[in-house]
Design a protein around this ligand. Structure first.
Ligand code: KG4
Ligand code: ZN
Length: 340
């Protein structure tokens, strides 16, 4: 690389308003995240209109802070990368419009990034990617196994048929009366627990890399109702531990099987649920046993952030990808390859 590449990343697809500057696709110069979690907790989840209002209030401040922390003037940047989808349409549009205005005012190209490509590229901020690579993506909206033969090439080999892993965490947490977001609360309880309720594992067909979590969610609800009807006491920690064991075992087993079948050089985990202590420990142990390199970013880069969007945006920029001022929010955007 002759000249350093500086990309500003912007992320507003859900409930974090985030901006970050990344150097050469792998070095974090600044990384600002304004979370709305406290506000969403009052409603037990993300209310789209409220999320959008928070983004409007925060976006300019967050971008200014990312630039001032980086010590860069806008003209020193090479491009602006922004989450184009998937996500809440109103939320996406705030980031996209801010990116367009910033790019137009400063004569910079704009690049639309897929949110999940961002989660995957969070790993590039920790160590170089090696291909073929298998990515396990587990977030509030996605549970996917993606095979990458090269930068910008994504082949979906498995996905959830119903709830995403994070969604199941959040719903089960609600049933147990835990605060939003449910993932961290269940993770904590599961770790403190001295026992675990036995819940089923959704393996689906033997050769399938698909996932299903709605049956497990129903099993938790039924367990609670049945026990309450009999006058028994539901111990949330035991339920949390049993639920987490079921999710973690299925995710680990399928990821390991796919890694072997596709003979990959590297396995990575990405997305908010990759922050889960139980899942991280289980994947680390499974891949260490097999001698397959496994990586997961630090927790702050697993949950939504803009550094990951700038990292993926840099890979796209280097590949000559450019968006235009007609860019729109794409709530149902699918993860398609930008290179073969
Ligand atoms: O990637 P993310 O920040 O946003 C989406 O793109 O969806 O993921 C959010 C999801 C939420 O469902 C949250 O409960 C879950 O990630 N999550 C966790 C943990 N931390 C966050 N799930 C399990 N264990 C955790 N420690
Ligand atoms: Zn996400």
């Amino acid at each position: 690389m002759d000249k350093d590449i500086y990309i500003l990343g912007i992320e507003t697809s859900c409930d974090e308003t985030a901006a970050s500057v990344i150097k050469n696709g792998n070095e974090i110069i600044s990384n600002i995240v304004a979370s709305q979690i406290q506000s969403q907790q009052r409603f037990g989840g993300v209310v789209p209109e409220i999320a959008s209002r928070h983004h409007v209030e925060q976006i300019t401040l967050v971008i200014e802070e990312a630039l001032s922390e980086a010590g860069l003037e806008p003209m020193e940047l090479d491009a602006v990368a922004v989450t184009e989808g998937p996500g809440l349409v109103g939320a996406l549009l705030i980031g996209i419009n801010a990116a367009k205005a910033f790019a137009f005012a400063n004569g910079l190209p704009i690049i639309g990034v897929h949110h999940i490509a961002g989660h995957i590229y969070a790993n590039q901020l920790m160590q170089p990617m090696e291909f073929p690579l298998l990515a396990l993506i587990v977030s509030g909206g996605h549970t996917e196994l993606v095979l990458m033969e090269n930068h910008g090439s994504f082949k979906l080999i498995g996905e959830t048929r119903d709830d995403a892993a994070g969604e199941a965490y959040d719903k089960v947490a609600r049933v147990l009366g835990l605060p939003y977001p449910g993932g961290p609360a269940i993770d904590r309880l599961a770790h403190e627990s001295d026992d675990a309720v036995e819940f089923p594992r959704a393996w689906l067909e033997l050769d399938s890399y698909d996932f299903s979590f709605s049956g497990l969610k129903s099993a938790v609800i039924n367990y609670k109702h049945n026990l309450e009807q009999k006058g028994g006491e539901v111990i949330p920690a035991h339920v949390a531990a049993g639920f987490q064991q079921s999710v973690v075992e299925v995710l680990t087993t399928k990821t390991l099987k796919a890694a072997k079948e596709y003979n990959v050089k590297q396995v990575i985990a990405a997305g908010g649920v990759a922050a889960n202590k139980g899942l991280r420990a289980s994947l680390e142990a499974a891949f260490e046993n097999e001698g397959i390199p496994f990586y997961v970013p630090p927790i702050s880069l697993c949950t939504d952030n803009a550094a990951m969007i700038a990292a993926a945006g840099t890979a796209m920029f280097v590949d000559g990808q450019r968006g235009n001022m007609g860019m729109n929010g794409r709530p149902g955007m699918s993860l398609t390859s930008w290179s073969k």
